[in-house]
Ligand binder design. Structure first.
Ligand code: KQY
Length: 378
């Protein structure tokens, strides 16, 4: 059994690395619930498979799937993707999976946060979430990685770090009373510092408009490398997203990171606005207790929700004029990465995007190196 550690990552000299740092691989889950994904999740499965295949060009991918779907997923996914049986209530590995941390010697451990399906019974997206709650622990067990159990609700999509002491997050999510109602801002910040090994939390007020996660930062902005941030943007001042992106830009432009640097900020103009079509809404099973999908509802579409793989950037695209512009901006900003566009509208319809369905495992040694047996006395 993997060890549950009694301390915290910071106390043990661990920190959360930036996503742009080297990975051992990537974890994903397989979508199948018909009350979130249309047409029994078939189109979403094709999209997830394309994401897994794109990432597998750069690093090993492990995808967790239910026993019911195992043979189907194995058939759809390329041989380069490892498929393991892993129960979950849905397929958002970023949020229910572990957050990995590393130390100076290259040891890797993971944080198992509390998970309540983005708000529990007070605005959460579905019930139950009992299997999601076990995903992080199971991943760490498979990797034989030490586990920190955090007595604190947090989803991986609500944080981004530069790996050098700075964390981006939003008040809309982390201060939402449906996450950690007993804790104030200072207490939450103290926990982020203790678990993620950061010193400076940059609080952004709100996430992307109509984002059902309560404004996860991973749809709004992220680090490409220390000191460099990309931000979803719209030039349309009549779009409510404009005010959100503008306030974010103002905060990011006026702050300094944990190393005292000013941030370089690049805008990625959003697609759309995109909305659910009647045909798309019609294909989703309506079940009480799960967030309904209604024709005309705005989708929280953003190019920032990409995944950084080793040497790659897996970019969500929407069949839009802006797709090529986003790819060109990111290619210019990241000459060391190959930009791989993957059509992602089917993922967006489920409420997130490529970053939300992936979780990187940093390069390093996840299990303790066994001590050699004592030398026999002669
Ligand atoms: O975007 C995410 N990080 C998760 C979205 C969950 C949507 C559930 N319907």
């Amino acid at each position: 059994m993997t060890e549950t550690l009694p301390s915290t990552p910071r106390a043990d000299g661990f920190r959360m690395p930036g996503e742009f740092e080297p990975h051992a691989g990537c974890w994903m889950l397989w979508p199948e619930r018909g009350d979130n994904w249309r047409l029994g999740a078939r189109p979403a499965q094709q999209a997830f498979a394309a994401v897994a295949q794109a990432i597998a060009r750069f690093e090993p991918v492990t995808l967790g799937v239910s026993s019911r779907q195992y043979l189907h997923a194995r058939d759809v996914l390329p041989a380069s993707v490892r498929v393991v049986e892993l129960s979950a209530n849905d397929s958002w590995m970023r949020d229910c999976g572990p957050t990995f941390v590393v130390n100076e010697s290259g040891a890797v451990r993971g944080i198992d946060w509390e998970f309540n399906a983005w708000g529990g019974l007070n605005g959460g997206l579905y019930f139950p979430w009992d299997q999601d709650s076990l995903v992080a622990r199971k991943v760490l067990e498979m990797e034989r990685a030490g586990r920190y159990r955090a007595d604190f609700v947090l989803e991986g999509g609500s944080i981004h770090t530069d790996g050098q002491g700075t964390l981006l997050t939003t008040e809309e999510c982390l201060l939402n009373p449906n996450r950690n109602p007993g804790l104030g801002k200072a207490e939450i910040e103290a926990r982020l510092e203790e678990y993620l090994g950061v010193e400076q939390v940059i609080w952004l007020p709100r996430g992307v408009v109509d984002d059902e996660t309560s404004g996860h930062v991973d749809n709004l902005c992220c680090f490409l490398r220390p000191g460099v941030v990309v931000l979803t943007w719209t030039d349309d001042a009549s779009d409510p997203q404009h005010a959100v992106s503008l306030e974010t830009l103002e905060i990011l432009s006026s702050c300094r990171d944990a190393r005292g640097r000013r941030l370089e900020i690049h805008k990625l103009h959003q697609p759309g606005p995109l909305r659910i079509t009647p045909e798309e809404a019609e294909g989703v099973d309506r079940i009480e207790g799960t967030l309904p999908r209604r024709a005309g509802d705005r989708l929280a579409a953003s190019y920032v929700n990409f995944y950084l793989a080793n040497g790659g950037l897996i970019l969500p695209t929407f069949g839009e004029g802006r797709d090529a512009e986003a790819a060109a901006i990111l290619a210019a900003l990241c000459p060391e990465r190959r930009i791989v566009p993957v059509p992602a509208r089917e993922i967006l319809l489920g409420g997130g995007n490529i970053h939300c369905i992936t979780q990187q495992q940093p390069a390093g040694q996840p299990h303790a190196v066994p001590k050699p047996p004592p030398a026999a006395a002669h």
